[in-house]
Design a protein around this ligand. Sequence first.
Ligand SMILES: [Zn+2]
Length: 89
Amino acid sequence: MECPRCGGAMTDGILMGSGKTTGVSWMTKEYRMKHAFVPLTPKAREEAQMVSFKLGELNTHMADVFWICRKCGIVMAELPRLKEGVGDE
Ligand SMILES: [Zn+2]
């Protein structure tokens, strides 16, 4: 995925956390596949390239993959549940 603003490569990752408690954090897919838990130490957070979303800033369905461009501050998400004409809701 390319960033729509700068054209640079975006990093694919996932969201973890709870909107009711500490908020939601983004981290790389690579980190998530290697570790069972959310990174807790500064070193682990660095490895995961973790980005925290403050409570209230994020209001969306959980998606499988979120792409991020840290240079531009852009996060893109694929939200299958928002597709029209899919499923029987
Ligand atoms: Zn960018």
